[in-house]
Write a protein that binds this ligand. Structure first.
Ligand code: NI
Length: 184
């Protein structure tokens, strides 16, 4: 179930800069959020949601804002309605053998998209902001998004699911575009 987090960021919630490849912090394995970190997580997740909406994107993981904690936020924003989810210590506890292919992108790899094949359905266990255990069974876009965000917590990016050739082509193209942009 989605957490009841304010859909709109409080006015003082400053946006967090989103790290881009090849930042090494995107490749680190994140640690579990501890029970004493609830306040920090509440503030961080609100700022992550605000940053995700501003980007705009439908998912953001803590390492993408330089925080090595197992925390991610998701909002598919279906039919233009806010439905923010905050997932603390999420883990995939079951995955279907059936696969599904969907186009993915990532705020840390701007402007690059590719088809990625993953399990079609997953069951994810996590804690909400109050520390209560939650479970979600997902298919479709939510399933893809959950797997993509949980990957981030282990330093895995969607391009890692592509062939080395495709991945290198994509990262080289991005590096070239960023270089050109820096010259503007
Ligand atoms: Ni991503």
């Amino acid at each position: 179930m989605p957490d009841s987090v304010p859909a709109e960021a409080p006015p003082d919630a400053s946006l967090l800069p989103i790290l881009l490849v090849p930042d090494a912090r995107l490749r680190a394995k994140c640690r579990l959020v501890g029970p004493t970190e609830a306040d920090q997580i509440r503030d961080l997740s609100a700022r992550m949601l605000a940053s995700m909406y501003a980007a705009p994107g439908i998912g953001l993981a803590a390492p993408q804002v330089g925080v090595g904690l197992r925390l991610c936020v998701i909002d598919l924003q279906k039919e233009d309605a806010w439905a923010p989810m905050v997932l603390v210590n999420p883990e995939i506890v079951a995955a279907s053998t059936e696969l599904a292919t969907r186009e993915e992108g990532c705020l840390s790899i701007p402007g690059q998209f590719a088809e990625v094949t993953r399990p079609a359905r997953v069951k994810v266990r996590y804690q909400d902001l109050s520390g209560a255990r939650q479970e979600v069974e997902a298919e479709g876009l939510l399933s893809t998004c959950l797997q993509h965000e949980i990957d981030h917590l282990d330093g895995v990016l969607f391009v890692d699911h592509l062939s080395a050739l495709k991945r290198n082509m994509m990262l080289r193209k991005l590096a070239k575009e960023m270089k050109a942009k820096a010259r503007e």
